[in-house]
Design a binder for this molecule. Sequence first.
Ligand SMILES: Cc1cc2nc3c(=O)[nH]c(=O)nc-3n(C[C@H](O)[C@H](O)[C@H](O)COP(=O)(O)OP(=O)(O)OC[C@H]3O[C@@H](n4cnc5c(N)ncnc54)[C@H](O)[C@@H]3O)c2cc1C
Ligand SMILES: *[C@@H]1O[C@H](CO)[C@@H](O)[C@H](O)[C@H]1NC(C)=O
Ligand SMILES: *[C@@H]1O[C@H](CO)[C@@H](O)[C@H](O)[C@H]1NC(C)=O
Ligand SMILES: *[C@@H]1O[C@H](CO)[C@@H](O)[C@H](O)[C@H]1NC(C)=O
Ligand SMILES: *[C@@H]1O[C@H](CO)[C@@H](O)[C@H](O)[C@H]1NC(C)=O
Ligand SMILES: *[C@@H]1O[C@H](CO)[C@@H](O)[C@H](O)[C@H]1NC(C)=O
Length: 647
Amino acid sequence: MRSLFLGLATLAPCFIPAAIAEPVPRNVIRSPSQLRPNYDFIILGGGTSGLTVADRLSEAFPAKTVLVVEYGDIEYAPGSFDPPVNWQQSGASVNRWAFNSLPNPAMNNKTAFVAQGQVVGGSSAANGQFFDRGSRHDYDAWAEVGGDEFRKWNWNGIYPFFKKSVTFHEPPPSLVKQHGYTWDIAAYGGTTPIHSSFPPFQWADTWVLRDVWQEMGIKIAKECAGGNKQGICWVPTSQQPVTARRSHSGLGHYADVIASRSNYDLLVRHQAIRVVYPKGLKSGPPIAQVRPVPSSFSSDLFNLTAKAEIIISAGAFHTPTILQRSGIGPAHFLRSAGIPVLLDLPGVGSNLQDHTGGGIRWNYTKPYSSFPIPSDLANNATFKADSIAGFNETPARGPYTLALGNEAIYVSLPRMTSKSTLSSLLHRIHQQATSVPSTAAILPPGPDYGSNPSMLAGYKSQLLTLATQFAKPDSPTMETPFATSSDGSRLAFLLHPLSRGTVQINLTNPLSQPIIDYRHGSNPLDFDLHISHIRYLRQVFDTPTFKKYGAVETGPGKEVADSDALLKEYIKQEIILSFQHPCCTAAMLPKHKGGVVGPDLKVHGTRGLRVVDISVMPLIVGSHTSATAYAIGEKAADLIIREWKGR
Ligand SMILES: Cc1cc2nc3c(=O)[nH]c(=O)nc-3n(C[C@H](O)[C@H](O)[C@H](O)COP(=O)(O)OP(=O)(O)OC[C@H]3O[C@@H](n4cnc5c(N)ncnc54)[C@H](O)[C@@H]3O)c2cc1C
Ligand SMILES: *[C@@H]1O[C@H](CO)[C@@H](O)[C@H](O)[C@H]1NC(C)=O
Ligand SMILES: *[C@@H]1O[C@H](CO)[C@@H](O)[C@H](O)[C@H]1NC(C)=O
Ligand SMILES: *[C@@H]1O[C@H](CO)[C@@H](O)[C@H](O)[C@H]1NC(C)=O
Ligand SMILES: *[C@@H]1O[C@H](CO)[C@@H](O)[C@H](O)[C@H]1NC(C)=O
Ligand SMILES: *[C@@H]1O[C@H](CO)[C@@H](O)[C@H](O)[C@H]1NC(C)=O
């Protein structure tokens, strides 16, 4: 059977373009001997959120020093991030980790493939450049599940920081005319050197699915980044207009600003191991212990002293490992790892979420000819050569400027399912939230999670909040990205999963890479959501446009789709287990709800220690996660600056 889903990782690199000079900043630090004796702020992890904070703090406090410690290297060689070279790769590469999760028992024991940026710029330098924001309901849910104290993180609280976080470039009239791009400039307004723009290219048949969606009654949205996200959305791409080069935090929050900052240092190729409180938790900030990469000796560890704060920004997989190695985490688990418990915080490494996708596929049986479509890159050498040349021209042109596409539909449950299906689902979510045994059975077993009262309380709040959200006709639960229809398959991503997993240090080697246990499908209601989404998407086969092309369904097929049991098996078989959006493993929630950080992103019960990255999301947002990572960085920086300005 042909591979069902064209994921994020299908094509191998095959061409190295001639070198294009890019400035490589000279002041990168590689050895501890080049460091200052101490720093005011030390940020562990130079990724999407971390560099945003570093940039803002070093800008706001010229007399204070900022150090970023980054595991990866600085890497601006041409093509390292951009198509067509180091793009859509599977596996690890110079700028990223590639992980396989533990088997997912509810998904035929399949493992998820999931990558993470390992470079200055973090995952913003390694991602698919799809740059959307969640719906206002996603952020309002953060505030709701957290309670009153967390209100500043609702949509109205975070929206100004979305605006601040990016410079959006309006497309020229010629592109608007050609592709029908729409946007609302009111959703933007930033001037920071993080760029987004609409690509100059669309596949010739992109309109096929646009027509199909409209025939299904889905409306074209003018703008989806302003809080109201539903319908057919154009999404900006994380790239410079004109050159179409990737925009990422390693450029916009480091290389582009460093010339004017004598107080901003970057230590690369060093791994943050843990934080240490020599005089106890109440006398922070802690010391950060770091070692060079590669290193296999714990004797290589050295101490970094912060005068003001340590900020952990190592991403959803690594932030919890730094905390756990510090003795901050689930006490029972830490003891089993032989780590002295400094602070019992069961939420550290719990609450893992990601988007998963099931979908539909079809074959066209009537002539379907359009040029160019993605298969032409594989089949037409002239077209491929011209596409590569076009990407390196200024202005750039051709398919590589599109990355993986910049359109998607977002649909809510009330618009997809019958009233009775919806109310039965909501009823069962409420039942889970009010019945301790069934809730505990969903959560990972053990005293640190499934039977821990604070973790249970937090999960119940999440369920109730999500049930409220699912009932809203303008709060999407499904995303289907598209750029063309020629590949004959489309995914339905579950934007708000109910299953929860964990990230933990490896007990055999706590300094090595984390163990990722998604437990997708452990809440059986996630299958109900997937089923609703797939049944809805199958309506494409009734549209005049698909009939015109003789689109024949090859998956799941009517017989399978009509049976809950068969459709569930189909989903288990075909599901994509990570949309590359792991998050939520150091959740911003009250401690009595299993939270790790409070509304100021300070780790509960500590001094001088914050987490700023997408680990702090209590609930995954209904969008790709980089735009929110930048916004979290901007809002965190604002909170930190206010606090230190006031001292
Ligand atoms: C392959 C892929 C495709 C994606 N596609 C999209 C997309 O199209 N659109 C979108 O919006 N989002 C996408 N995402 C997700 C998005 O890019 C991330 O969610 C977001 O960038 C995460 O930001 P962060 O600041 O939390 O972590 P990151 O940006 O990952 O930063 C963490 C940094 O910490 C460093 N680090 C880790 N451990 C240590 C340590 N112990 N010591 C020192 N440094 C450490 C890492 O090297 C990294 O630089 C994708 C992600 C991947 C991996
Ligand atoms: C998954 O693996 C476990 C442990 O090896 C096994 O007990 C179980 O039967 C497997 N499940 C499936 C569906 O293969
Ligand atoms: C780092 O600090 C800790 C705590 O004060 C101390 O025990 C350790 O010896 C220090 N390590 C080095 C290399 O100075
Ligand atoms: C659909 O197309 C694929 C690839 O061209 C082919 O292998 C498969 O047999 C086709 N299926 C049907 C039902 O026509
Ligand atoms: C192959 O690509 C070239 C260049 O874009 C184009 O002119 C030509 O028509 C294509 N050939 C086919 C068979 O589509
Ligand atoms: C844990 O680390 C050990 C030693 O490095 C390794 O062999 C093992 O595969 C790791 N476990 C997992 C689940 O990754």
